[in-house]
Design a protein around this ligand. Structure first.
Ligand code: NAD
Ligand code: LMR
Length: 338
């Protein structure tokens, strides 16, 4: 008989080696914060993903329930649950990809930076776990404020001597997903046919949709540019206000994170031409972390693509974004160094 796995239902019977050896070949993925508003639908979407053979669900609450529930889905991935810091090692060991949506979410009237005091410590301690137990994994950071939490993770990895900038990605995919949706609405086309690069960071004016580079090539009136920029930059706040105290975007975020994770896994598998926007250690500007288009491959980020030609409005917006980004980054770095 195979040893019982954490997350197996109590008393479950399994023929020798069914679960461990019989798992379809594929990647091992951990979600930290798996019982939360994003974590639960993201776990479900990952359980459906045929590229994944093992899915580890880690949280400080409720993972037994979420794991029991999701493990009944008749898809290939074996699901195991891990609860609390003493099980972080089991959750992380052997993982190829770690997705981190752990932390508190905004309520109306708050900025993402208002989450710093709680989430900085959560991301720091989870990153310490990654450095110890799966230092070669690709890491996707969702926890806000992303503009600061990615530098926090980087500083933790640097301290531990495991930092590989190619493997740490702040997830800004929701900004792209929103931009594609809103631009498609304005153009009256299918959002699946639209591609809007969104660069900079993931908070307010640091979110810079490059509407001059929309595919298919499209011209927008100044009024449309103003409307779209404002809607994309404040998409998160739109959801926070509509949820009226019950949290921030969870379902669209899980969708965006699942798409982003799929790109990471396809790249790890060796698929060519995988391009995503992500917030990364960057030399595209003088700001040390910046979101832009990257080409992903087996080693993580294989190429950071140039920003491309910007119009006057985008250049001015970039200058404003850089100021805010610089201070959010400094805050994250100082948190780990202190
Ligand atoms: P939530 O409160 O519903 O869930 C967060 C989960 O994290 C909870 O289950 C909680 O128990 C868990 N958690 C807390 N401390 C933990 C720890 N030390 N280890 C493991 N798990 C821990 O919040 P949510 O709506 O899922 O949002 C999570 C985070 O994602 C927030 O910071 C939010 O602002 C952010 N977010 C980012 C984006 C983005 O585009 N990057 C989009 C939406 C939300
Ligand atoms: C979002 O963009 O929806 C997230 O960053 C959550 C938030 O607080 O807005």
């Amino acid at each position: 008989p195979i040893p019982k796995l954490e997350g197996d239902a109590p008393g479950c019977l399994t023929r020798a080696n069914c679960r461990s050896k019989g798992a379809a070949p594929g990647f091992k993925v951990a979600i930290l914060g798996a019982a939360g508003g994003i974590g639960q639908p993201l776990s479900m979407l990952m359980k459906i993903n045929p590229l994944i053979s093992v899915l580890h669900l880690y949280d400080v609450v409720n993972t037994p329930g979420v794991t029991a529930d999701i493990s009944h889905m008749d898809t290939g991935a074996v699901v195991r649950g891990f609860l609390g810091a003493s099980q972080l090692e089991g959750a992380l060991t052997g993982m190829d990809l770690v997705i981190i949506p752990a932390g508190v979410a905004r309520k109306p009237g708050m900025t993402r930076d208002d989450l710093f005091n709680i989430n900085a410590g959560i991301v720091k301690s989870l990153s310490e776990g990654v450095a110890r137990f799966c230092p070669k994994a690709l890491v996707n950071i969702i926890s806000n404020p992303v503009n600061s939490t990615v530098p926090i993770a980087a500083e933790v990895f640097k301290k531990a001597g495991t930092y590989d900038p190619k493997r740490l990605l702040g997830v800004t995919k929701l900004d792209v997903v929103r931009a594609n949706t809103f631009v498609a609405e304005v153009l009256g086309v299918d959002p699946r046919d639209v591609d809007v690069p969104v660069v900079g960071g993931h908070a307010g004016i640091t979110i810079l949709p490059l509407l001059s580079q929309v595919k298919p090539p499209s011209a927008f009136t100044p009024k449309e540019v103003e409307y779209l920029t404002d809607r994309i930059q404040n998409g998160g706040t739109e959801v926070v206000e509509a949820k009226a105290g019950a949290g921030s975007a969870t379902l669209s975020m899980a969708f965006a994170a699942a798409k982003f994770a799929e790109s990471c896994l396809r790249a790890l598998r060796g698929d060519a031409g995988i391009i995503e926007c992500a917030y990364i250690d960057s030399q595209v500007t003088e700001i040390p972390y910046f979101a832009s288009k990257v080409r992903l491959g087996r080693g993580g980020i294989e190429e950071v693509l140039p920003l491309g030609p910007l119009n006057d409005y985008e250049r001015e917006s970039l200058e404003k974004a850089k100021k805010e980004l610089a201070s959010s980054i400094e805050k994250g770095v100082a948190f780990v160094k202190k």
